[in-house]
Design a protein around this ligand. Structure first.
Ligand code: UDP
Length: 378
């Protein structure tokens, strides 16, 4: 690759890279070059229009923007409007549909009861008590101590096994914390969000606006080598996986990846909602997405698009870090090595931090990083 001359070099055009590029160009007024290995912007948040149906879909899985971080909202609202989509997830078990996260409706339907919140709590407590003394240091013990064995087997065990390709006993308990248990009828997936929705004109437009400053240039289809002769005046900011950067020097980091299969259906509405989860092992996929439901404000036509999601192991297309002990300690070796090595090289974002960040957490981390570094480059 030819030698690059710039003030700041950013590797990766996802949220971490694009937010930093925008801040550096508009506040510090410095030149930024972004190297992106794909042929498009936006990382895994990228959205595009399906040619046959005209429906906008998220190429790397449905992304619902939600946040309770004020600084993120104050920043992002200059780059997009959001529609009033409210995320709800349903789960299919034995040909019946249930609410997820598990709430009072799920409990009453599943156990065929008519409980009040207090009665439901008592009922679930009776099922969890025998797990309450066991160490809650893995996904399975944590889940059973919260929801009991029956709900766990129906909605969680199979899905988690497919999603992570591992027995849930060998997964960190922290993954289960993403799924709250509710004893009311609230069915909003992101109940505590101060803002939630889908960008009115799609995710890709947010990224285009983030980088529209003339001081930012993006070079697509280009990889980055740690050992290089680029002429970077201030800082290189790397947002990809650290093991790839250092050619697996301390071993490979494991990731779960996803594969998507699109199907155009000859009906206006296939499943009545944007996402249905399929926890049963007899289905190889974990969810079916129907993206027309993300934009009820648009007038889509008579056909619909559905997308089946299949978890796979593929360290070249990283989605979810397998955050077990061995991987965490490997990741720490990479971090320590890079932190010591070069003061003009920093890294961050979901891939470089090997972390299960939501979009708002990534944006928040980029804004914090900018606040730390801006004083050095005024
Ligand atoms: N999960 C599950 N059943 C479901 C949905 C999620 O067991 O129907 C578990 C699974 O282990 C998953 C985790 O909860 O990895 C977090 O789910 P979330 O929906 O937050 O995953 P994401 O949307 O980030 O892929």
């Amino acid at each position: 690759m030819k030698k690059i001359k710039t003030d700041f070099l950013i590797v990766g055009a996802g949220f971490y890279g694009c937010v930093l590029a925008e801040r550096i160009a508009s506040v510090l007024k410095k030149k930024v070059i972004i190297l992106e290995k794909r042929d498009h912007i936006g990382g895994n948040c990228y959205s595009e229009i399906d040619k046959e149906t005209g429906i906008e879909f998220h190429k790397y899985g449905t992304h619902i923007f939600h946040t309770s971080i004020n600084s993120v909202w104050n920043y992002l609202k200059d780059f997009t409007y959001f529609n009033n989509y409210r995320h709800q997830v349903l789960s299919r078990h034995k040909k019946k549909i249930y609410q997820l996260p598990i709430n009072l409706e799920t409990i009453n339907n599943f156990f065929n009861k008519d409980f009040t919140p207090t009665e439901a709590k008592d009922y679930i407590n009776k099922q969890t008590i025998k797990f309450s003394k066991s160490a809650k240091n893995n996904f399975e013990t944590k889940a059973k101590s919260q929801i009991g064995e029956k709900l766990y087997n129906a909605f969680i065990k199979g899905y988690t096994f497919k999603q992570w390709g591992k027995n849930p006993k060998h997964l960190p308990a922290s993954i289960f914390n993403r799924l709250p248990l509710r004893f009311d009828y609230n069915e909003s997936y992101f109940k505590n969000a101060i803002v939630q929705g889908i960008p009115t004109d799609g995710y890709t437009k947010i990224f285009k606006r983030l980088v529209e400053n003339k001081k930012i240039e993006i070079i697509y289809n280009s990889s980055f080598e740690y050992e290089n002769n680029h002429d970077v005046k201030y800082l290189t900011i790397y947002t990809g996986p650290l093991d790839k950067l250092l050619k697996n020097k301390f071993g490979q980091l494991d990731w779960r990846s996803l594969k998507f299969k699109k199907h155009v259906m000859n009906c206006e509405d296939y499943q009545g909602t944007s996402v249905i989860n399929f926890p049963e092992l007899k289905y190889k996929f974990t969810r079916i997405h129907e993206p027309r439901h993300l934009h009820i404000e648009r007038n889509y036509g008579k056909k619909t698009l559905i997308i089946k999601e299949y978890p796979i192991l593929d360290n070249n297309e990283p989605y979810y870090p397998i955050n077990d002990k061995a991987n965490r300690s490997r990741h720490k070796k990479y971090k320590d090595y890079l932190n010591k090595k070069d003061k003009k090289f920093i890294f961050g974002g979901r891939l470089a931090d090997y972390a299960y960040y939501d979009m708002d957490m990534t944006i928040s981390a980029a804004l914090k990083k900018f606040n730390q570094l801006k004083k050095n480059y005024k």
